[in-house]
Design a protein around this ligand. Structure first.
Ligand code: ASP
Length: 318
């Protein structure tokens, strides 16, 4: 059995490429890297890689992580600028014996030394979003912290190896140096080939408070199906946050176990995810939480068309 599951509709092209590799006996490390790179390279996804939205100072600072579920090796970069594929740098860092999570300038030096492709990741389109947001904030005082989405994936290959990966530009208008959950083990991702893996998207500051990816893997280890593990962890932690803090940030989690069974849970409206397995061609689902149960519906062609149309529609500076 092989499979790959990812947060959001934006991952479907990537997991399609990965599923071709997995079908042909490809390994979960290569497949997940190819899948994440596909999202990083697409300029119209404004929360991952090239075209990602900038921080308060109009710089695109990116976070990414890679984990190998066999060896439990982890590599991650945070607040890295001007490199095309943070996921590849994270994967390379997972092979080091120490210095596995590098931030800012240190991450950039490592990437430069190892010959990773440099690229100015700030697109003209992202600049327009930035200028518009600055104006909106001045005029209407809306919170700058809207607008984010991480690609997070879990992959299983036919040899039984599992991997997890994340990549994100984090929160739009974040402070320089702000790091979310995505490069943090146990929060943005976790995988153990003997059990399964999970990955998160949402408000990093809240996801980190519950180490929610690790919690899902822990529940699967106790015997829960990935769907039950995701719902249990997300519902419970959402409740905890509301009780203890009066509110809970957005939180959406995907998971897969080492049999290729998967699960998804969210506390927001309109969370989409992409999945492909040996028995299932790449497909996009929309999910909603109805009284604690997450119901997944196949995305309609109309929804898919509208998604691409809005992502690529011409953008005008206000
Ligand atoms: N979790 C990401 C972060 O806080 C953002 C997101 O997934 O939407 O950096």
């Amino acid at each position: 059995m092989w499979g790959i599951i990812a947060t959001w509709r934006m991952a479907v092209e990537g997991i399609t490429k990965a599923s071709e590799m997995l079908k042909n006996g490809g390994n979960a490390g290569d497949a997940i890297e190819v899948a994440v790179k596909e999202v990083e390279d697409f300029p119209y996804y404004k929360s991952v890689g090239y075209g990602g939205l900038p921080n308060e100072e109009m710089e695109v600072e990116l976070d990414a992580a890679y984990m190998d579920g066999d060896t439990l090796d982890i590599g991650a970069v945070a607040a890295i600028k001007d490199f095309a594929n943070p996921i590849s740098i994270a994967r390379r860092l997972s092979q080091e014996s120490v210095n596995n999570l590098l931030v800012g300038e240190g991450a950039e030096k490592f990437a430069h030394r190892h010959g990773f492709e440099r690229k100015n990741m700030l697109t003209d389109r992202a600049k327009i979003h930035y200028h518009n947001r600055v104006k909106e904030v001045q005029e209407t005082e809306i919170k700058p912290y809207a607008g984010h989405d991480t690609v997070g994936m879990v992959c299983l290959d036919s040899a039984g190896k599992m991997t997890a990966a994340t990549s994100t530009s984090g929160l739009f208008m974040k402070k320089k140096g702000r790091v979310g959950d995505s490069p943090i083990s146990g929060s943005g991702f976790y995988v153990d080939s003997e059990v399964g893996g999970a990955s998160a998207t949402g408000l990093g500051e809240d996801v980190m408070k519950g180490c929610v990816s690790y919690e899902i893997v822990r529940l699967m280890k106790e015997g829960m199906h990935p769907q039950q593990a995701c719902e249990t962890a997300v519902n419970l932690f959402d409740k905890t946050l509301r009780e203890r803090r009066g509110k809970a940030g957005d939180m959406s989690l995907i998971a897969m176990n080492n049999k290729g069974e998967w699960g998804v849970a969210t506390n927001i409206e309109g969370f989409s995810f992409s999945v492909a397995t040996e028995g299932q061609e790449p497909i996009v689902y929309l999910t909603k939480n109805v009284d604690g149960k997450c119901i997944h519906e196949v995305a309609s062609q109309e929804w898919l068309d509208e998604y691409m149309r809005t992502r690529t529609a011409p953008l005008v500076e206000k």
